[in-house]
Design a protein around this ligand. Sequence first.
Ligand code: SF4
Length: 254
Amino acid sequence: MQHLSFSRLSLLDTCGLRFYFEYVQELPPEDPVPMYHARFGTLLHSLYESHALSQGGESYEELKMRYDQAYPELVGLFPSREEAVTFYKNGLRAIARFSRYVVSDVVASEREFIVEIAPGVPPVKGFIDRLLHTDDHGYMVADLKTGKVFNGRDRRKFRQLAIYSLACENLYGKPAASGYFDFVVHGERAWVDISEQDRGEARAWVTQKWEQIDREDFQPHYSPGFCRTYCPFRSRCPEFAAREAQRQSAPTRA
Ligand code: SF4
């Protein structure tokens, strides 16, 4: 494996076997999974980035026009027209919010990075959604989220910002000392401080995950809701077959 990434390692945390199918065997997806969340997120990310690159020059109307041009391609991916309309309105609310952001402190958008974590561990590669700098607060990193709001200190999620902080140190000579998840659809921000200890924990987590890959420890983790809807390899998964058969043969309560 040439490089690691936060999303790959998070997937390993979620289910080792799915990680194995996707990144070790490099199989193409086999079972249908909903794509509308991801495509909606990609569209909003591109407009969010474009607004920062224009240094705030792009107006709500201009961003909305591009959103309206792109959105029809997504409509067929939603489970119902009502859901497509709900997401469309959520997207408009998000654009209305971030089109008003002051972006003069943004130093980079969608900044690609590759950062060494420890000797013998493949580097971590990724993109920082937004890197900011002010004299008072130094470097800050931000990640755009178009889904549900969560606690910024949630360990599993927070590691993403800690890795961005390491990447910032690599790129600019100083780590980001704080950052936030920008929940644009809900109009909330989860700010966090990022300490040296947090960066150390992120390094330790990546190293531990790499060791797991290296010893080929790819345990399945069955979770009915996730497996049935979101796993594109469920048809080839022996754990899924066994657990689904078990559930079907279990006596139902009267
Ligand atoms: S079906 Fe579930 S247990 Fe099997 S590989 Fe997919 S996510 Fe893992």
